[in-house]
Structure formats: C-alpha cells, structure tokens
Design a protein around this ligand. Structure first.
Ligand SMILES: C[S@@+](CC[C@H](N)C(=O)[O-])C[C@H]1O[C@@H](n2cnc3c(N)ncnc32)[C@H](O)[C@@H]1O
Length: 235
C-alpha cells in the first residue's frame, strides 16, 4: 500500500474514532473519554514528532489507540526510511479487548508497529538489549511513581541524546515527581510551550491548585552524561 494511502487511512481512522468512539469500551461510563489522550493533545504530539523528524518512537500505554494513531500519523507524514512505532501494553488484550491494536490494524498502521504485550519494566530492557535507538518516546502507562521513574531510566538509554520524551498526565504528583528528578539531576530540559495549547488540568485535581498543561515534553541533553553521586539535587 502506498504511503499516501496509509496516511489517509490513519487520518480517517483518527477522525472516525473522534466522531464515533471506539467499537468497544471497558465497563465504566465514559471510559474512553477519561482514559484516552484528548484529540488536541494528540495533534500537538503528532506535530512535535513531525518537527523532530522522528523515525523510531516508543509508546508506553496503547489502551484505546488515540495517541498511537497520532504517532503513526507523524511517522507516515515525515516518511523516514524505516518508520517504527514500538508500543508497549501488557493489558491490551485482557483489559482493552485489543481495541487499540484493532484500530491500528484497520488503519494499516500495524505494518509500522510492534506491540510488546509485557510491562514496560520488561519491554524497555529488552529493547535496549536489541540495540534499539529511538528518536522519541511517549509515556502514558501505569502512572505509578516507581514505574514512570523506571521508564525514564531506560528511555534515557533508548532515546538518542538530544531526543524527545513526552509524558501524559504531568498534573499527577507521581508523574511530576519522576520527571523532575531527571530535569534537576540529569540536564533534561522542559520544552515549555509544547503543550500550552493543549488540555490543562489542576495539579492533583485539587480545586485551588495551579492549572498546568496535561502533557510535558522534555529534551534529553546531548551529549548524555552521568552526574557525580554526591551532587544529588532533591526534586
Ligand atoms: C491511560 S491508558 C493509555 C491511553 C492511550 N495512550 C490512549 O490514547 O488511548 C494507560 C495504559 O497503560 C497500560 N499500562 C498499565 N501498566 C503498564 C505497564 N506497567 N507498562 C506498560 N503499559 C502499562 C494500560 O494497560 C493502559 O492501556
């Protein structure tokens, strides 16, 4: 299938998902709207990856497939030599009935996607042992501090120096704390205006708390470096 046709199919699938919702949802009311990455944040993620000319992207957390389709749209738009989306989700079948994977397949994006059906703590070291070098990553997995911290630990080695990492739900204290360790200690820099046009949410959903962009984009330093252990900056 030509690249133009695949790109058209991915865009049509994204439009249909937005208009009609997925073919299947989990039990809780409005689960799709609550769980999936909102369309405008998907568009901003896509545009960032296009600007990055990303060829290999790691995604943690496929669920309903909105963010994966946006990543696929970016990869097919820039049309690099070997576009690759490495998606990680241990619960895609058991919790999501493969709805995200089926959407990627119906969009023809499965030809550029590998789905690793294991936790990110297993998948990322595996990718590292296979010498994968990614240009960018999107994290929207368990949201537990220790798992996000570990995702960032491995992505620091998997994403090339100077590459990009985007995190969903930077309004949650667990995600905020994890990424700030890397910003304070390892020279990662936030791309401040990347998601200012996107969804906003109050920190920890507390009514009096600061309203912040839902997603956070950070750039890895180039070259990468190891800080002295006795220069630890609390975060
Ligand atoms: C908020 S949803 C992701 C939403 C998705 N990006 C979208 O746009 O529809 C979180 C996803 O992370 C997955 N997940 C949970 N724990 C995980 C882990 N340890 N490693 C990778 N993925 C995990 C869940 O199965 C779920 O699909």
């Amino acid at each position: 299938m030509s690249i133009d046709r695949r790109l058209r199919q991915v865009r049509e699938t994204r439009d249909r998902l937005l208009r009609e919702g997925p073919a299947w949802t989990r039990g809780p009311d409005r689960d799709f709207e609550i769980v999936t990455l909102p369309a405008r944040d998907c568009d901003l993620l896509r545009d960032l990856l296009i600007a990055e000319q990303a060829e290999t992207v790691v995604e943690i957390g496929l669920a309903y497939g909105s963010s994966a389709l946006a990543i696929a749209e970016a990869l097919l738009t820039t049309d690099p030599r070997q576009p690759r989306l490495l998606a990680v989700d241990p619960f895609q079948q058991q919790a999501f009935n493969d709805v995200g994977w089926d959407l990627l397949r119906s969009a023809g994006a499965d030809s550029i996607t590998s789905l690793l059906r294991v936790p990110s703590s297993v998948a990322l070291p595996q990718l590292l042992s296979e010498d994968v070098l990614a240009d960018a990553a999107f994290i929207d997995g368990s949201h537990r501090f220790h798992e996000v911290f570990l995702d960032l630990y491995f992505l620091r080695k998997l994403v090339r120096p100077g590459g990009l990492i985007v995190l969903d739900d930077d309004w949650t204290p667990s995600v905020r704390a994890a990424v700030r360790y890397y910003e304070r200690n390892l020279g990662w820099t936030a791309i401040q205006d990347a998601f200012h046009q996107g969804s906003q949410q109050r920190i920890n959903n507390e009514p009096a708390a600061e309203l912040v962009p839902r997603c956070r984009a950070v750039r890895l330093p180039d070259p990468s470096f190891e800080p002295p252990f006795d220069n630890f900056q609390p975060f």
